[in-house]
Ligand binder design. Structure first.
Ligand code: CA2
Length: 148
């Protein structure tokens, strides 16, 4: 059997600060910890992950376009772009592989401007408020979908 394409794990603006500030909202685990847990969960299913983070909307869109041919699924935490970016929504709508949107915090318990996400309508599944465990849950779900 041929080697499966990796899962793309995309992180939007400010998520490079994970574990370094606001632990009461986002916990104490860093983006490197997230990478390790995503890698570990994917490996349990014979998959690999390609974990990336950018503070730039256009860069995230270019990476989403790569997933059209280079990845078997997309996990995205678009950060604050969830609440503002029609462009990221449109890029994801052009991707045919399964997509999971993840938010570390429960955005519905927070400010009203975080309650709407442009991404949710084009995601196949959405996980909010499970902390960084949400990444492991999303990888698990994507792996089952891809392996099915
Ligand atoms: O809960 C999430 O995962 C969010 O996507 C995080 C975004 C926020 O704008 C969304 O509404 C919900 C913010 C990411 C900022 O991450 C930081 C992490 C540590 C310290 C400061 C910011």
């Amino acid at each position: 059997m041929s080697t499966p394409l990796p899962l793309l794990v995309l992180n939007g603006p400010n998520l490079n600060l994970l574990g370094l500030r606001e632990p009461e909202v986002y916990g104490t685990q860093t983006l490197d910890d997230v990478r390790a847990l995503a890698e570990e969960r994917a490996a349990q299913h014979g998959l690999t992950v390609d974990v990336r983070q950018s503070n730039h909307e256009g860069q995230l869109i270019d990476w989403i376009h790569e997933a059209r041919t280079g990845h078997c699924g997309v996990l995205i935490n678009p950060g604050a772009y969830s609440h503002t970016s029609v462009a990221i929504r449109d890029a994801l709508a052009a991707v045919e592989v399964p997509i999971v949107e993840v938010h570390i915090s429960n955005v519905h318990r927070r400010e009203a401007f975080r309650h709407h996400s442009y991404v949710s309508a084009v995601a196949d599944a959405v996980i909010v408020g499970a902390g960084v465990d949400g990444y492991a849950l999303a990888v698990e779900w994507l792996a089952r979908r891809v392996r099915a």
